[in-house]
Design a protein around this ligand. Structure first.
Ligand code: GLC
Ligand code: GLC
Length: 626
């Protein structure tokens, strides 16, 4: 008899904890909408229902994480991101790979889009036609649930994509809209003629200018213009309609109850439209995301939100909640600026801009949140460097971005990289870049030229990147295949659904033969695999890396050396990274001033070698000094 009451108590307590994040936000967004009152009571009923249905083991996890709210900020958090089919064939096949993932220290996996996509080109699964079904090529919802349980038993969290800016045009809602159902038409953004679309387009930025130009699509049968920010088959949802909020919230609760730990909220910047703007990162986006966060926090307190907003430095922070939303929005957001600055510093051998950007735009500490740090992912690299930040370095922003594109495409004289252009915007001249970590870091070119010194340097660049994202603060994400230095896969050009999208160049099949050989071998793949594994093992053994400790950017004594201190109560961990192929010398006094006491490197777990009052960092060397 007492149990159900207790359960209701917990729900009510959680609801009152998050009430201020939910109802006032919904009121701001939808207060004037005729369906508002109804929507609120429907939402509350759905939340209670989802809580009642939540499996007991997940409720226990909720309590555990409520008691240990820093669980995702700890040094043992290491993520791995992969395509189910390219990694393991299907969901069942993943079970056989769990020992391997554990051997890398992985405690978090992100399955690339796994919900049922539209047939044919689905933007890598980001065009979803049914959120309650798994892609039949990968298995069933039951398989996903079983996988979640197997992962949980090993202490590994499961991250799944929640695409909430758009659905596939084959989604049930879209089909009903096409049939003329006005309620469903109102879930999307549809226009009777092109006057408004044209007016919006004045200030919109095209996302896929090459293969999906414009941001609207005209459909003859429907005789309407539909907002399609990304591809034609991805219809933007109308978040000004409370029904959209309700339906998406229901899906999120559904996935949480299947055992998903982290919801990766896709392309969130685009969710709110306002005439005369880029329609990116509008203030309402944060109001929506705060309210969605509250829903999850009440019903499934153990679940985190990872917000995907690949934007400039000052804009990025807003996804953790700024001002009144501080600490109440994303628990995680991608640190694309750290990623961009890594590649920029690697090309220029100069860390001044990286130091400037990291120090001026990012606080030393975030509230209830941390970064997802990464060097490569499934998407292209957009050079998110503002004219102002380039200007502070006496560079032209446009010229520097163009230089980076040429460098990583592999056409700039003397470059070590090989990559592929992605979506060149003729209007702005901006070019994005595709390419695998290993190829962009120089391995492919050096191997094809039989350049042994170049191969060795490429390996060191890859390990430099891993040591950086492992220590900066955040959850470091290993992108599938990068740990065995997979180079670009040009085979995508022969696949009709992929040929138009160069991002497939860095979405290869996992090469298990290469991995097996790398376990015992000594070549570049072996050095990268063993080195990566070592870095993440050392991360786990280094308590100063906890994301709850501030990250203070330091002015290093050498322009090629990026430096920061992780300021733990037990003393600073001073992390140094040499972005050049020459030795860099740092005075011991400078290190002492930053708080180095023991001259012990936590990364190699050895004393650092000191000579004549200087410490010398080898080419692409990295240390975490105490
Ligand atoms: C996200 C995904 C990207 C996709 C886009 C549209 O940014 O990372 O791969 O193309 O959303 O869904
Ligand atoms: C743009 C978007 C980002 C998306 C990418 C797709 O950079 O801002 O959300 O991932 O395009 O390649």
């Amino acid at each position: 008899m007492s149990k159900p009451t207790r359960e209701h108590d917990i729900f009510d307590l959680r609801l009152s904890r998050s009430a201020g994040d939910l109802w006032p936000m919904l009121h701001q967004l939808y207060g004037a909408h005729p369906d508002f009152v109804q929507m609120q009571s429907d939402l509350l009923a759905e939340m209670r229902k989802a809580w009642t249905q939540r499996p007991a083991d997940l409720k226990t996890l909720d309590l555990r994480r409520d008691l240990e709210p820093d669980w995702f900020q700890r040094p043992d958090m290491v993520g791995y991101v992969f395509y189910i089919d390219r990694f393991a064939g299907d969901i069942k096949g993943i079970h056989d790979k769990l020992d391997y993932l554990e051997s890398l220290g992985v405690t978090y996996v992100h399955l690339m889009p796994c919900l049922k996509p539209r047939p044919g080109d689905s933007d890598g699964g980001y065009s979803v036609m049914d959120y309650r079904k798994v892609n039949p090529a990968y298995g069933s919802m039951k398989d996903l649930q079983d996988l979640a349980a197997a992962l949980r038993a090993r202490g590994i969290s499961l991250c799944v994509d929640m695409v909430l800016n758009h659905t596939a045009k084959e989604h049930d809602w879209a089909k009903k809209a096409v049939k003329g159902d006005l309620a469903y038409q109102d879930m999307y953004l549809m226009f009777d003629d092109d006057r408004l679309p044209k007016a919006y387009e004045e200030t919109l930025i095209e996302i896929f200018p090459d293969n999906a130009p414009g941001s609207f699509t005209y459909y003859e049968g429907l005789d309407k213009w539909v907002w399609t920010t990304f591809n034609e088959h991805q219809w933007d949802l109308n978040w000004a309609n409370p029904r959209v909020f309700l339906e998406i919230a229901k899906i999120m609760m559904f996935l949480a109850n299947k055992g998903v730990d982290v919801l990766r909220l896709d392309a969130v910047a685009f969710m709110w439209k306002r005439m005369g703007t880029r329609c990116q990162s509008e203030p309402e986006v944060h109001v929506i995301l705060r309210a969605l966060r509250a829903v999850t926090r009440v019903v499934a307190a153990s679940v985190l939100h990872l917000e995907e907003a690949i934007v400039g430095p000052s804009e990025m922070l807003t996804y953790f909640g700024r001002g009144e939303h501080d600490g109440r929005e994303g628990n995680l957001a991608y640190h694309n600026n750290l990623m961009v600055q890594f590649w920029s510093a690697l090309a220029t051998r100069d860390t001044a801009m990286m130091t400037h950007v990291m120090r001026t735009h990012f606080p030393e500490l975030l509230t209830n949140a941390t970064y997802a740090t990464y060097i490569r992912c499934h998407d292209d690299i957009g050079w998110a460097i503002t004219d102002e930040d380039a200007g502070a370095m006496h560079l032209s922003g446009f010229a520097h971005r163009a230089f980076l594109s040429d460098f990583y495409e592999g056409v700039f004289p003397g470059t070590f990289a090989r990559g592929a252009l992605f979506q060149v915007n003729e209007e702005t001249g901006d070019k994005r870049i595709s390419g695998s970590f290993a190829s962009l870091a120089g391995l492919e070119r050096a191997q094809s030229e039989g350049d042994h010194a170049g191969i060795a340097l490429a390996v060191q660049r890859i390990l430099l990147g891993n040591a950086l994202i492992a220590s900066f603060g955040g959850v470091p994400l290993i992108y599938m295949g990068d740990e065995i230095a997979l180079t670009n896969d040009y085979g995508y050009l022969k696949v009709p659904e992929h040929a138009h999208d160069s991002r497939w160049v860095h979405r290869p099949m996992m090469d298990w033969d290469r991995q097996a050989a790398a376990e015992t071998g000594t070549g570049p793949a072996a050095q990268v695999l063993q080195g990566t594994r070592h870095i993440y093992a050392r991360r786990k053994a280094t308590p100063q890396i906890h994301s709850g400790h501030p990250t203070r950017i330091l002015d290093s004594a050498q322009p090629s050396v990026f430096a920061f201190a992780r300021m733990a109560p037990t003393g600073n961990l001073v992390c140094l990274f040499n972005f050049s192929e020459t030795w860099q010398h740092l005075p011991l006094d400078w290190l002492r001033d930053q708080g180095v006491v023991h001259f012990h490197d936590a990364l190699s777990d050895a004393a650092v070698m000191i000579d004549n009052d200087t410490y010398s960092l080898p080419p692409y060397g990295r240390v975490w000094m105490t």
